[in-house]
Design a protein around this ligand. Sequence first.
Ligand code: PLP
Length: 630
Amino acid sequence: AALYNVDGWGAPYFFVNDDGDVAVRPHGAATLPGQEIDLAKVVAKAAGPRAGGGLGLPLPLLVRFPDVLRHRVETLNAAFGYAVRSTGYGSRYQGVYPVKCNQDRYVVEDIVEFGAPFGFGLEAGSKPELLLAMSCLAARGNPDALLICNGYKDDGYVSLALMARSMGLNTVIVLEQEEELDIVVDASRRLGLRPVVGMRAKLRTKHAGHFGSTSGEKGKFGLNATQILSVLTKLKAIAMLDCLQLLHFHIGSQIPTTDLLSDGVGEAAQIYCELARLGADMRVIDVGGGLGIDYDGTHSAQTDMSVAYSLEEYAAAVVGAVGRVCDRKGVQHPIICSESGRALVSHHSVLVFEAFSATAPGRLDAATAYLLDELTDDCRADYRNVMAAAVRGDYDTCALYADQLKRRSAEQFKEGVLGLEHLAAVDAFCELVARGMGAPEPPRTYHINLSVFTSLPDMWAIGQQFPIIPIQRLQERPAVDGVLSDLTCDSDGKVSEFIGGRHSLPLHELPTHATRGYYLGMFLGGAYQEALGGLHNLFGGPSVVRVSQCDGPHCFAVTRAAAGPSCADVLRAMQHEPEVMYEVLKQRTDGATAAALARAFGAMPYLVFDPEAAVLSSGESSGMSSDSEG
Ligand code: PLP
């Protein structure tokens, strides 16, 4: 556990149990002994053969823990509740979940349900997001819950938001651009509905990390001081100033420190007080997202991978800053809303995938060593110099001649003087000598049954790092340093940077196929990755299970299980018609081949390992493609 700093980034949800497996505390620190869930056992249940009581789902596998989600929602609300009570703040916290972080139906439904006692709502940034937020809040939300409408808006979006208000949902249309005001006014008049309007302010406060480009004067979003005043004047002129009730800002995800946070919230609170002074009917300050996640467990503000505060400290800083400014200005304390996404959903899921092979270290044995004697005179001279330096313990000279030997043999291979066996023997010899001289062994490449582009898009696109560790054998010291290479035919499809500034990951020797797989987990990836991921090489999403803690020692229930998109599904996404394709191909086959072909269309695109036969077969899965309750 210490090797991977599990306690640093994983607490209070993930730890290593006495069996050396990663286990989950589904209720965080409130988890009782015996309620922990062994992740390796979940994988065995989900991916194990049906004949043995498993669900036969192909990997990769996304394991969702709704209990963790509930704990996050409750912890966030408790933190703000405490900050409000302990400072005598004169109003309340009422947050929303920005659905862009993870629009999965069950994630959104869970958050709305778990958040209902706190009046917790949703934030949408597009028409489909608004539709899902509307239906979810209508079905199971607290009537007071806010429905915040952010993002670029056209008449269709605004009309939808107004309809939401007419249905009794507590909807606020947040102006991101000055031009949106006309759209809102026109649509309201046409539909005969009075809107509640918010404004997104462009703050001067800016954070320096990757996500800080959202903020500052040159940020992409929001209204500057001139535009805010212009909206105010227009609303006043048409007797709609009372419609303006909310001020929103967002200084970027992963806000590094509470100092910066207090600075930004303080600036926004000043704008809020000015709007109140100028006659708007202000009620809510919406501090946006930014509540950060400690991906590397260092609890520091030095990189985007961590933040230097706890959730409780974040809440205290927000409430403190709003209260201070409003008190100074004599303005009534507003409802505080936050749009915390990353902090709510990051912990709730674990992506499990399999390492199925690894590059082997170079081999030089009695059967191949003779090849070195067959080298050309030049190469043999280099070879002898390497040996002599090695015997003397002269590391630098040894490395110099080894490089020369490799270069020269490669040139001679290109000229056709040396054969492939000679080249391999030289490589193996140089590797052997380097190891003998104590040079660090280059990391081995572990091939993983995953697409980085589909499942870890932020890792590829913006260098985001997520904790990745083996989920079993953690009582055994890993003997190998490895990097991970994915299934796509793309050299960017790799993971070679790991939390803690590491360029390789400590890994165990792979078991032989007969003894079953070697599973790795990617943690804290519950936010953004699922919707951002693409279909490179037509690898679709993973299988998904929902796992809840249930009564009984270490007992869990798989309450939903679904295989990932099939080959036919991903082909359809690119406008192919699998049914037509099948018919075309069927003309050229007999009955048995046609049946196999049909199964290939229905299978997941990932590799399939048959634990029974202990062979690697590509393409065919158990054929499960629809949801099943377990
Ligand atoms: N609100 C807005 C307007 C955003 O742009 C974002 C994300 O960037 C969020 C909320 C969610 O932020 P976070 O995931 O940092 O909580």
